[in-house]
Design a protein around this ligand. Sequence first.
Ligand SMILES: [Fe+2]
Length: 242
Amino acid sequence: MRFAVISDVHGNALALDAVLADIATQGVDATLCLGDHVSGPLDPAGAAERLMGLDGPVIRGNHDRWLAQGRRDDRDLDPTDLFVARTLRADQHAWLAGLPATDVFNGEIFLCHGTPGSDNAPWLDGWYHDRRSTLPTEEVVTRIADGLDYPVMLCGHTHMARSVRLRDGRQIINPGAVGLQLVHGSPDARYAVIERRNGKWLTSLRVVEYDHHAASQQAVDNGFLPWKAALATGWTDAHGLF
Ligand SMILES: [Fe+2]
């Protein structure tokens, strides 16, 4: 069994097309998707259209939940999500609102956006302070996996590609972001391929080049200048994007 894992498309249909083309060369049985599908000032309707046609499980992220609620947890929608809310079709809003927070695929792969208990908490990375991300301790990462009896656990949300193996052999994998690269200094799209071979799960973290200058220009054309450098370089943090 071989699966692609994508997350954090953030409305970037150009990056998603490049990743889906790469996935088509990988001989996977299905593509799994971990949320924050549309929240970017690029082509949210185009991203939703592609993701609604995926052949694997799709869960929601914090931004997808906020769009469905019509507000963030503690305040109104940010300008980016207001743009997205106006851009999506009614059937796409309905699709977002119906997505589950977590899922289990094939009985052995657990999917969540942030952590099992929260779509807005980070698991394998601390959140960024300016341009620095901080790493949680082994104890913190392991405690979040308490009680989850799955050999593979998937998360997204922090946009940092990482593969962790706990001492008991269970793996936690963040495929990184398809559509919005932050702080690690590359504009290229990220995703993961996981494969069970001889009873063991193996992980490949993949990097896909795409026309990030065109994506950056889309954001500028839609009036969202702070997204320009983030999409063009991958060096900035999320400040000012949402
Ligand atoms: Fe998120």
